[in-house]
Design a binder for this molecule. Sequence first.
Ligand SMILES: [Zn+2]
Length: 410
Amino acid sequence: MQKIITLIAALLAFLPLLPGQQMAKDPLLGLRVDVVYLSSDLLEGRETGKEGETMAAQYIAHRFQELGLEPKGADGSWYQNFDFNFKAHPHAETGEPRTGRNVLGYLDNGAEQTVIIGAHYDHLGHGIMGSLNAGDPAIHNGADDNASGVAAMLRIAEELKSGRAKNNNYLFMGFSGEEMGLYGSKYFANNPTFDLAKANYMLNMDMVGRLNEEKVLAVNGAGTSPAWKEVIEGLSIGGIQAKTTDSGIGPSDHTSFYLKDIPVLHFFTGQHTDYHKPSDDAELVNYQGLLLVTDYILALIEELDDNGELAFTKTKDEDESRKAAAFKVTLGVMPDYVYSGEGMRIDGVIDGRPGAKAGLENGDIIIKIGDTEVKDIYGYMEGLGKYKTGDKTIVVVKRGEEVLEKEVEF
Ligand SMILES: [Zn+2]
């Protein structure tokens, strides 16, 4: 009930501006309205392929239209649909065919290159796989994860549309299927609606609504272009302290673009106890902080405006874990950070690396490396730590009901 009151209050606050007048004269109010609507119970946790997801997609498309963007989805629409097989559990024998949708809006500045700015808008519904809810099923509103990122994207779109940083075109994307395994961004990266060779760089905002008092903003992917750190070191916006990590691979949508050799950054205000729980609500979002994050990203975009096409660099393998740099070998797979069952579930396999060569697949659950039992990601790291380049061992994985042994050469 409290949420409905908040929602109504937020929507009423907009009435004097409607209809057709300039939206969000007060950027703080604009951010709040977007977050409150997207994370309201009405949308039932925005589960990919469900009605709440469709409503969220329609809202984003409506906001894109209102901001004066052009549709850039399939066949001139705002949407790009993708089909997938939904499994309630990794071991489920059969799945349910579903369709998710990305939402795409384009700002054409007549430039040579296009910058992609994205945020996933899907979440965990009433508590699908990945939920950390210990209680009865309940709507997971996902205000920080990731209504905050979508609201940030919309504010950035509004500012860029007003004429800032005109040396690039901009593609704004709301991704779906992220929580189930980056489905939407992967689909787009493999079925782009513009020539990806003309993509300059990609910015991903996933969980940017909980800026802390120290104003620490994690900026992941800073090793994916030599341009990033130079610009980040020179930025001073409202006391924000950027904390960079290098890897272009992480548990969110920027990974899909990094794997296409596009420089990426992922902005993230940090973990919290409401993560993937029904309590990730709009009241807990730091709106002032969210506004500051958008100011920071806008300043970064402006700073890069005269740089032309950014160079791409591959990053060291931090794919196994943040500590992976300490290992002599890697499998070249992405762990599923939200998987809570036994073993280490694979959320992505990088072509040409030992895991891919051995035939490991997305969704496989590693339960043993050589003699080391793998109960979780730490066991996985421990197992890997025993090998050096050129060693061979047997990796045991569960694939559905099957248990398979795969020979890996590091
Ligand atoms: Zn997220």
